[in-house]
Design a protein around this ligand. Structure first.
Ligand SMILES: [Zn+2]
Length: 365
């Protein structure tokens, strides 16, 4: 069924599963309707469109691909076709004709009691397996009293609230990023003639790099940040409002790439039990966290307010992100006492001074 639908989709340049279904309605009625319920037509159209889309995407990006074919025997059932009844999965073939699958294995799954109370989604059948997705509602995020602001830059994530300040190293991510940048430049130098080949090699490296970075973010960095936040709300800078164009600004250059930041933010959001907010990033490193006045930058990583003294530039940014986040979440500014104690945590101190302007250490993996 899918093969025919796929051929139609590609030949007639159909762009949606619904359009494909309309176009092939008569064909389904004459050749399949006596054996299968109408919902199978709908399912097969979605599958065919999925294959058609990924084929066209690959073709657009220049990968050499053969004509697509639906080879694997698999079906994703329309929701109306399956239900759990008397300890078995009942699949409708056509009205009055059913298939039953025993659920013994599924019931042994450790999350079965928790998941199986929810609505059954679209079941997938393959030659060897039955996949049962349940529509488990997402748990609503709680708004905590306290908020932690996070400034993401090339060397570390600075986390700061009115009661804690932590620095999570990110040099591994930044190094993976710059290593790719160097590789890219060397590939462009080494094979300037053959553009097509160059593009292929670069794509290979980029995919590898993405896998490396994604892995680090998912397994190390995001879980650590959520753990350190300790159930507080988390405020990030809104990347979509980062200054763009006119070359990278000073602020942007000390940031992780947009892509890595976005990934990290999404992963933290997925794991955090408390609310996540995104604040306007404009001027977060230009503003005194205590009095709100404009700061100067007399030295690398240092920020100075004429009224309040010296701050660590990155921690100060986190403090500002935190108070903006608090205002977004609670609709009122942070209490002056909390603001003052956050500002104290963002202070420039001699021992921090000795950390010096470190370059990222080489990544050893
Ligand atoms: Zn001040």
């Amino acid at each position: 069924m899918v093969r025919h639908l796929l051929a139609v989709a590609l030949k007639e340049r159909v762009t949606s599963a619904i359009a494909l279904r309309k176009r092939t309605k008569e064909w389904f009625r004459t050749s399949w309707r006596h054996r299968y319920a109408a919902s199978y037509h709908e399912s097969a159209c979605s599958t065919a469109m999925g294959i058609a889309r990924s084929y066209l995407r690959l073709k657009r990006t220049g990968v050499r691909v053969g004509e697509p074919r639906a080879n694997r025997l698999r079906i994703t059932l329309h929701q109306s076709l399956s239900r759990i009844k008397d300890g078995a999965l009942r699949v409708t073939v056509r009205p009055g004709v059913y298939l039953y699958f025993p659920l013994a294995d599924a019931v042994r799954h450790k999350r079965w009691p928790e998941w199986s109370v929810h609505k059954l989604g679209e079941v997938t059948l393959t030659k060897r397996s039955v996949v049962l997705p349940f529509q488990v509602p997402e748990e609503p995020k709680r708004t905590a009293e306290a908020t932690v602001g996070i400034d993401l830059n090339l060397r570390h994530a600075d986390m700061l609230s009115d009661a804690m300040s932590e620095r999570v190293p990110l040099d591994r991510l930044a190094n993976a990023q710059s290593r790719f940048q160097r590789l890219r430049e060397s590939v462009q130098r080494r094979m300037p003639k053959n553009l097509q080949r160059q593009r292929r090699v670069l794509r290979h490296h980029r995919n590898r790099q993405r896998n490396v970075v994604t892995d680090m973010v998912r397994k190390d960095v995001a879980p650590e940040i959520v753990k350190l936040a300790g159930g507080r709300n988390i405020a990030f800078e809104d990347l979509s409002k980062m200054p763009r164009g006119n070359g990278p600004s000073r602020d942007l250059r000390r940031k992780l790439s947009r892509w890595t930041c976005g990934l990290l933010q999404r992963e933290v959001e997925r794991r955090s039990p408390a609310r996540i907010v995104y604040v306007n990033p404009k001027g977060t490193s230009q503003e005194c966290p205590r009095c709100g006045g404009k700061v100067s930058h007399p030295a690398w990583r240092k920020a100075r307010c004429a009224n309040c003294g010296d701050f660590d530039r990155d921690r100060m940014a986190s403090a500002n992100i935190m108070s903006r986040g608090h205002r977004l979440l609670w609709g009122q500014p942070l209490a002056p006492s909390a603001r003052a104690s956050a500002a104290e945590l963002a202070r420039w101190t001699p021992e921090r001074d000795s950390e010096g302007p470190t370059r990222p250490k080489p990544y050893d993996g």
